[in-house]
Design a protein around this ligand. Structure first.
Ligand SMILES: C[S@@+](CC[C@H](N)C(=O)[O-])C[C@H]1O[C@@H](n2cnc3c(N)ncnc32)[C@H](O)[C@@H]1O
Length: 489
């Protein structure tokens, strides 16, 4: 039956351009992924009511129904399917009619050709035992009807996929389960914080599946996305463990790595509610080691900020040669093995006119950290030490928006021992790994870095002093210096 659905889906994909489907967030799940997701279900009640939110051609429902039909305890099944695209809803209707004959326990099918979010906006009913979904993935306006309907979890411009997760959580019965395939982005980042807080208060994660390859999950679709599958249950009680599995792509679920980790290690029990995704013993050790520290940048009067100058918005202010009316514009091209090499030999404008004072910052000691790295680079977190003495002729500088910088909250100077100590941390392999477990993207965000635990001020200064004396800025050396602090703890 699933093979038939896949054929029908492929025919549909050939009739519609990817651009058209992207507009409505329409990407289809592979057969193997659908079966894997269905097999995550643990429900075996006599009567089961299912919801498929954003059902497409029905592949997820069909995989789930085939599984449930074979469970002895289950006697009758009802299913609601939401799909608001007329064209695909017609195919869905036909597919579900076909299924009716082979799934003997299926007693009722309801296809709701409506917007899942708006249809349930005011509902207080919690009626589903299982919710399965590959929700649409697309940014929507913060004034769109869906965003307004769910404003309590929206911050900035939302992506509709997490509104589907939140709405699903609301209509799920107590002890019911939800199984979703979604981007990984919700697990960290400020945009998802309100959602994470509400969602993770009401449901508890039991299983997470990750894919090593970014482009092999929706392979028919050429979608490049950090994707995860999750199973969560509606419960106030926290389970002791979360099962994390990992496969390379969507076609090798038979070769998975499996880890069980303590719930607290996976879901942070604080305001941010980050979800950490370790996939091996080494990752777990990294989390444990760093979580032992209980200082944050803010406790030292420090914070990470994003560079001030967006170059394409300020093209007319950029200049190639130094003159008395401009100041250095520092960017990632000036990072050279942990220090700043300015100017770069590249032919790019590296100065900015002084007249726009909002783009200027005092020439002070900073720790720069690149905001972006390519997938091929072996480090996400790449710091460089910026020393004001290098730029003695300038009272001000500017930073390009593709880098971050650590500064003091009260505009005072960061002493060099502290500065070099921070470099040791962020140039160590341990902190780089920690960041990867926290954030699957190649971007280094301010909120996350500001929340990573660090040693106390004295320890950081001690590491910095040592590095200043020994002058080896390599990651290997930073690892050794940091390990000494950790071993002494
Ligand atoms: C990512 S596709 C997944 C389809 C199918 N579940 C699968 O896994 O292959 C999401 C589906 O949700 C539908 N959709 C988009 N926005 C919707 C909304 N607000 N309400 C209901 N369905 C929606 C799209 O038309 C699309 O078919």
């Amino acid at each position: 039956m699933i093979d038939e659905i896949i054929n029908v889906t492929d025919k549909y994909i050939n009739t519609k351009s990817k651009v058209e489907r992207k507009k409505i967030g329409q990407f289809f799940t592979s057969k193997e992924t659908a079966i894997f997701m269905a097999n995550l279900s643990r429900s075996h009640k006599e009567k089961i009511k299912i919801l498929d939110a954003g059902a497409g051609t029905g592949i997820l429902s069909i995989a789930l129904l085939e599984k449930l039909n074979n469970i002895q305890d289950i006697k009758s099944i009802e299913i609601d399917l939401y799909e608001n695209d007329e064209n695909i809803a017609l195919i869905l209707e036909k597919n579900m009619q076909r299924v009716k004959n082979s799934i003997t326990k299926l007693k009722k099918i309801k296809i709701i050709k409506d917007n899942f979010i708006l249809h349930n906006e005011n509902t207080t009913e919690r009626i589903y035992d299982i919710i399965i979904s590959n929700p649409p993935y697309k940014k929507i306006g913060k004034n769109s009807k869906e965003a307004i309907a769910m404003k309590d979890v929206v911050y900035g411009q939302p992506n509709i996929y997490f509104l589907f997760m939140e709405m699903a959580e609301r209509v799920l019965k107590d002890d019911g389960e939800m199984i979703f395939i979604v981007p990984r982005s919700w697990t960290s980042g400020a945009y998802f914080k309100k959602f994470r807080q509400k969602f993770l208060d009401n449901v508890k994660l039991t299983n997470i599946h990750l894919f090593v390859s970014r482009d092999k999950v929706f392979s028919r679709e050429n979608v490049l996305q950090e994707t995860m599958i999750l199973r969560a249950i509606k419960s106030k009680e926290t389970p002791p463990k979360v099962i994390i599995t990992e496969s390379y792509s969507n076609s090798d679920f038979n070769k998975i790595n499996k880890y069980e980790i303590n719930y607290d290690l996976c879901v942070e029990n604080n305001d941010e509610r980050y979800v950490y995704l370790p996939t091996n013993e080494k990752d777990i050790k990294v989390l444990r080691t760093i979580n032992r520290f209980d200082t944050k940048l803010n406790d030292l009067g420090l914070k990470l900020k994003t560079g001030l100058t967006v170059d394409f918005r300020n093209e007319s202010s950029l200049e190639k040669k130094a003159n008395s009316n401009n100041v250095p514009l520092l960017s990632s091209i000036h990072f050279k093995n942990g220090i700043i090499q300015f100017p770069s030999k590249l032919e790019e404008p590296q100065y900015i006119k002084k007249d726009n004072t909002s783009l200027l910052q005092k020439n002070m000691n900073y720790l720069f950290i690149k905001r972006f790295s390519s997938k091929e680079e072996n480090r996400r977190v790449q710091p460089a030490i910026f020393l004001k003495n290098q730029f003695n002729n300038y009272d001000f500088i500017s930073t390009e928006n593709h880098i971050n910088y650590i500064c003091t909250s009260d505009n005072s100077e960061i002493q060099e021992d502290l500065l070099y100590g921070l470099y040791v941390l962020y140039n160590s392999t341990l902190y780089d790994q920690y960041y990867r477990i926290l954030n699957g993207s190649t971007q280094v965000n301010a909120t996350e870095v500001n929340n990573i635990p660090i040693p106390n001020e004295n320890e950081i200064k001690k590491m910095g002093k040592y590095l200043r004396e020994n002058k080896d800025l390599s990651s290997d050396n930073c690892n050794n210096i940091l390990m000494e602090v950790i071993d002494n703890e």
